[in-house]
Design a protein around this ligand. Structure first.
Ligand SMILES: NC(=O)c1ccc[n+]([C@@H]2O[C@H](COP(=O)([O-])OP(=O)(O)OC[C@H]3O[C@@H](n4cnc5c(N)ncnc54)[C@H](O)[C@@H]3O)[C@@H](O)[C@H]2O)c1
Length: 296
C-alpha cells in the first residue's frame, strides 16, 4: 500500500511520477513542466512597498510570470521607476499580466483591508501577498526615543500584519489557496555589526515569528505563510547609508563569503518559488538570502 499523497500540482503528474507513467502508459506524452511549475498566469498579487526597491523588483517578476500585480505604497502617485516598469511589463505583452498602483499607508488597518478587498472583488480572486513595506531607523539603544521606536514597529510589524491579514481574508473569501510572503531581514536573526538598529532588528524578529504563527493558523485554510530574510542589498534604504558613508560598501561586502552586497534581482528566484506551486509544501519557514552573511 502506498502512503504517497496525491499529486498536489495542477500539472501533475510531474517529474519522476510522470516518467513512471510514461513507462507504463504508452498514451502518456512526455512533457517538461519545469517552467510551468513556476508560472502564475492569471493570479492576483498585492505587494506592499511596491513603488520601488525589493517590492517593485518582485512585482515585475510576478508580472513576468503572468500575474496581475497591485503595488501598494505611500506616495499618492507612483514614481518614475514604477512607471517605467509598468510600461516595460506592457511591452512584454504577457497575456493578462499587468502592474497596478494603489496609494496605501500600511499602518492603517481598515484602509489596507478596504483597498485589498476592492482589488480582490474587482479581480475575483487573491493568490499572492508580499509584505515588503518597511523602514530603517537608527538610534542608540539606551536613548531610543519612544516615538521613533513605535514608528518602526508600526510600519515593520503592524503594517506587515495588516497587509497579510487583508490578503488572507480575501484568499479565504474567494477560496483561493494563497501564498503570503513576509519580507523580514537577516537582522531578525543577527545584529548588524556596528549599527544601532535595535528597533529595526526587533521588528524583523517579530516578522519571523509572525510568519510562523500565521502559517500554523492558516495552513488548514490552504494559505501558506513564509518569510524571506535578505542580507545587504542595494536599494534606497541602504543607499541612505552607502551613499553617505562610502567605506561601508567594503565593510558590508567583507561580512559575507561571497564578498559583495546583493542586488534586488537576486530575490526574484526565491519570491517566484514561494509565490508559485513549486513550493506547495513550504510554510512557516524563513528563507535567508544573504550571500552567507549569517553563515559566519
Ligand atoms: N535593502 C536591504 O538591504 C534589505 C535587507 C533586508 C530586508 N530588507 C527589507 O526589504 C523591504 C523592502 O526594502 P527596500 O530595501 O526595498 O527599501 P525601500 O526603502 O526602497 O522600499 C521600502 C518601501 O516601503 C514603502 N513604505 C514605507 N512605509 C510605508 C507605509 N507606511 N505604507 C506603505 N508603504 C510604505 C516605502 O515608501 C518604500 O517604497 C523592507 O521591509 C526592508 O526592511 C531590505
Amino acid at each position: 500500500m502506498s502512503v504517497q499523497p496525491q499529486s498536489v500540482s495542477p500539472l501533475g503528474p510531474i517529474g519522476v511520477e510522470a516518467a513512471l507513467k510514461a513507462a507504463s502508459d504508452p498514451s502518456f506524452t512526455p512533457r517538461a513542466t519545469f517552467q510551468q511549475e513556476f508560472a502564475i498566469p492569471g493570479r492576483v498579487a498585492v505587494i506592499s512597498g511596491g513603488n520601488r526597491g525589493l517590492g517593485l523588483e518582485m512585482a515585475e517578476m510576478l508580472a513576468e510570470g503572468g500575474a496581475i500585480v497591485y503595488c501598494l505604497d505611500l506616495p499618492s502617485q507612483p514614481g518614475q521607476e514604477w512607471i517605467a516598469t509598468q510600461k516595460y511589463v506592457e511591452r512584454l505583452g504577457i497575456q493578462g499580466a499587468r502592474l497596478e498602483y494603489r496609494s496605501v499607508d500600511v499602518t492603517e488597518q481598515e484602509v489596507v483591508w478596504k483597498v485589498v478587498d476592492e482589488i480582490a472583488s474587482k479581480e475575483g480572486r487573491m493568490d499572492v501577498c508580499i509584505c515588503a513595506a518597511g523602514i530603517l531607523h537608527g538610534a542608540d539603544a539606551l536613548e531610543y526615543p519612544a516615538k521613533d521606536f513605535q514608528k518602526v514597529m508600526s510600519v515593520n510589524v503592524n503594517g506587515v500584519l495588516y497587509t497579510a491579514q487583508a490578503a488572507g481574508r480575501q484568499m479565504v473569501k474567494f477560496g483561493t489557496p494563497g501564498s503570503i510572503i513576509l519580507i523580514a531581514s537577516m537582522s531578525g536573526t543577527i545584529t548588524n555589526k556596528d549599527h544601532a538598529w535595535i528597533a529595526y532588528n526587533t521588528s524583523k524578529s517579530a516578522v519571523l515569528q509572525m510568519a510562523r504563527s500565521m502559517a500554523c493558523e492558516l495552513g488548514p485554510k490552504k494559505i501558506r505563510v513564509n518569510s524571506v530574510s535578505p542580507g545587504y542589498i542595494y536599494t534606497s534604504m541602504t543607499a541612505a547609508y552607502l551613499n553617505t558613508q562610502p567605506q561601508l560598501l567594503d565593510k558590508w561586502s567583507g561580512l559575507n563569503p561571497i564578498g559583495r552586497i546583493g542586488r534586488p534581482d537576486e530575490l526574484r528566484g526565491v519570491a517566484a518559488w514561494l509565490a508559485s506551486d513549486a513550493s506547495t509544501f513550504c510554510t512557516g519557514s524563513d528563507i535567508i538570502v544573504d550571500g552567507g552573511h549569517t553563515a559566519w
